[in-house]
Design a protein around this ligand. Structure first.
Ligand SMILES: NC(=O)C1=CN([C@@H]2O[C@H](COP(=O)(O)OP(=O)(O)OC[C@H]3O[C@@H](n4cnc5c(N)ncnc54)[C@H](OP(=O)(O)O)[C@@H]3O)[C@@H](O)[C@H]2O)[C@H](O)CC1
Ligand SMILES: [K+]
Length: 490
């Protein structure tokens, strides 16, 4: 798991890592710049496009100067645009300025005609995580001009103007791609900033994640290595009873499809036995959609404790509060709650107290705001999610790009997989199915959440490679097995 440090911890990290590796700060900057340049060469080859690097006075600008030199060495036509003099720039900036090849175009901001950069590749190295106030003066002017002209826009570490852990105030660079060092900064992961960040790439500086653990932070970025570890093993003598018996409750009032998506996703995630309690008349369609599914009626309440996990809510509509309460009172193992089950809790706050500890709630932003009240912005929403998870001893999976898992111990884990094409009806029902399946297979709620959101996103990525904007939730669930294969899990 990759720790996400706050901006003000990064210089501490740098100092400590420099000491540990016995290297200079310039060498660390060179590593960072090479990581960017290697990414650039891989994604752009030798496109022949002109590259313009806009360098501020700090170390982000220093990175820009090193990158300009490295790309020039690879044959690109490169110009740098400077906003500070040698004496009022950072130490490593000065070093890299002195190393600039003669044939690199060098402009001072005051003399630069921004139309020259129109249509080229624009690299933003004005400010990184050291920004401490809104842009103004020449910096604001430059960003406004860059945002107006055409060309590909790439931000180094963070788009200039964005603080690393807070909501933007005023203007910021509108990047097509942001290439962030070592870990994504928190503010790159919130929907409020998506127009500034564009696509997010994270490049490695070779700082081991165990080294990051030395620094205090409640935030993590989920990576494949930590997902691989937590899976159960199938073996020769395995039988269906080893992989859990799960029950899905929902799929009423014309929404039987929702619960079928969950149930089929559970089958594809490896559940041994999958039961569905939907409206009586839906039985035929459930059986027709998957021969492996079993249907139940209300008498299942008498046997509810026989199940290893429950997934409640997709397409459930409004069921009487009494029935919902009875389910919560009779089943005391962790359950997964989604959709109408969340709306039920939003309307009847006394139900919070009945949730088995370790249960998993999976709201999208709209459902979350109904549960927790309106938020000013996503940072505020994340704070509320943390409080709700801690207070109720539950796992709160706030769905969206970079789905965030808030845990009872006050930590927040952001998912790294997924695609824009997963914003489609039923996508969340598939996640409910995956999570319920993992709980039923005996995963801890934490492992179920981490593996669940990761596989859901990865299956979505695989599906959307073929189906692009035509991706539907059924495509996502059919790709769950490929997601396992991709991680080497059989
Ligand atoms: N481990 C790593 O990730 C590494 C990252 N590197 C890069 O370094 C930057 C951070 O560099 P830093 O020098 O700390 O900060 P910045 O380059 O972002 O800029 C800070 C300077 O800018 C001034 N400042 C701040 N806000 C404004 C503003 N709105 N207007 C004008 N000037 C501003 C500030 O000075 P003040 O005294 O004026 O407050 C600073 O001088 C990181 O993002 C990476 O790109 C390293 O290369 C290596 C390791
Ligand atoms: K930048």
């Amino acid at each position: 798991m990759l720790k996400i440090l706050s901006g003000n911890k990064v210089s501490e990290l740098d100092q400590s890592f420099i000491k540990h590796e016995n290297i200079s700060s310039w060498q660390l900057m060179e590593r960072a710049s090479l990581a960017f340049s290697n990414w650039f060469m891989q994604s752009h080859g030798n496109s022949g496009d002109k590259v313009f690097v806009f360098c501020g006075p700090g170390n982000n600008g220093g990175d820009g100067l090193a990158i300009a030199r490295q790309l020039f060495d690879k044959g690109f036509s490169v110009s740098v645009v400077l906003f500070s003099s040698l004496s009022n720039s950072s130490k490593d900036w000065q070093e890299n300025f002195k190393m600039l090849p003669e044939d690199i175009g060098k402009f001072q901001f005051d003399d630069f005609d921004f139309q020259l950069a129109d249509g080229g590749i624009i690299i933003d190295a004005l400010f990184g995580i050291g920004i401490n106030r809104p842009l103004e003066g020449k910096f604001l002017k430059a960003i406004l001009s860059l945002n107006k002209i055409g060309g590909e826009k790439i931000a180094i570490d963070i788009p200039s103007g964005l603080p690393s852990d807070d909501l933007v105030e005023g203007e910021a660079f509108l990047a097509d791609v942001t290439v962030s060092f070592q870990f994504p900064k928190l503010s790159l992961l919130v929907p409020d900033h998506v127009k500034f960040v564009g696509d997010l790439e994270v490049v490695d500086l070779g700082i081991p994640s165990s080294f990051l653990e030395r620094f205090e932070s409640p935030y993590y970025f989920i990576q494949s290595a930590s997902v691989k570890q937590g899976h159960t093993k199938f073996h020769k003598f395995s039988h269906k009873g080893d992989f859990g018996r799960v029950l899905f409750i929902g799929g009423r009032k014309g929404k039987v499809g929702a619960i079928i998506l969950s149930a089929k996703a559970a089958l594809r995630t490896g559940s041994g036995l999958v039961h569905v309690w939907a409206e009586g008349s839906s039985e035929d369609v459930i059986h027709a959609s998957a021969l492996e599914l079993m249907t139940e009626g209300e008498e299942v309440m008498k046997r509810i404790d026989d199940f290893d996990a429950l997934g409640i809510g997709p397409g459930m509509g409004e069921i009487p509060e009494m029935v919902f309460e009875e389910i919560l009172r009779s089943f005391r193992k962790p359950i997964v709650l989604d959709a109408d089950a969340l709306n039920m809790i939003a309307r009847h706050s006394e139900l919070w107290d009945l949730l088995p500890s370790g249960s998993i709630l999976t709201p999208h932003v709209g459902e979350f705001d109904r549960l927790a009240g309106k938020s000013m912005d996503h940072f505020d929403r994340l704070k509320k999610a943390k409080t709700l998870a801690e207070k109720n001893k539950i796992y709160l999976v706030l769905k969206g790009a970079y789905t965030c898992i808030s845990t009872p111990d006050g930590k927040q884990y952001f998912n790294s997989t997924g695609t824009k094409h997963m914003a489609t009806a039923g996508s969340g029902d598939v996640l409910t199915g995956i999570l319920t399946s993992f709980l039923g297979q005996g995963y801890s709620p934490f492992n179920a959440c981490v593996a669940g959101v990761y596989h859901h996103g990865l299956a979505g990525e695989i599906a959307s490679k073929e189906k692009v904007r035509g991706t539907i939730a059924s495509d996502i669930l059919e790709k769950i097995p490929e997601s396992f294969l991709k991680l080497g899990i059989d």
